[in-house]
Design a protein. Structure first.
Length: 153
């Protein structure tokens, strides 16, 4: 498996995966902003020249936001998400961020367990955040500097 920067050429492949995984998939325009917009970025995981996962982020001041992360169902529980998240944490830490935040559906127990294992904490609930189906979002966060310091102990 190889992790590399997300490029505009990756958007069609990522869109196919996005539509398989999410009931309310992002549009091509949203991914274009992630790849080309100021402060935005993304990475993809590849295996045999196939995109098997991706993660996108946004940096503003000393904060970052994990805006989207997904792994092909055939490749789950094979450390793809962990490698994507580790790479994002490295990028945002190097970008001077002290915090990283994300939203997740309360019904997505697998993702919540993964993020908690990666030292994210539920901060609050955002009502009616998701559209299809309508569902709240749990906002989770992690203090990067503190987490990285604890990891070294």
């Amino acid at each position: 498996m190889k992790i590399r920067e997300f490029t505009l050429d990756d958007i069609p492949k990522v869109l196919r995966l996005e539509r398989v995984i999410f009931p309310d998939p992002w549009s091509a325009a949203a991914f274009k902003e992630q790849v080309a917009g100021e402060g935005w970025g993304g990475i993809v995981a590849e295996s045999d020249d196939e995109i098997i996962g991706y993660a996108c982020y946004y940096i503003v001041a000393n904060e970052s936001h994990l805006t989207n992360m997904a792994v092909d169902p055939k490749y789950r529980r094979k450390s793809v998400a962990k490698r994507l998240l580790d790479n994002i944490l490295q990028v945002v830490t190097e970008g001077g961020c002290e915090y990283i935040f994300l939203e997740v559906r309360p019904s997505n127990s697998g993702a919540i367990a993964f993020y908690e294992k990666c030292r994210f904490e539920v901060l609050y609930r955002r009502p009616n955040y998701y559209r299809q189906p309508v569902e709240d979002a749990l906002v989770m966060g992690r203090h990067i500097a503190k987490a990285e310091q604890n990891q070294q102990l």
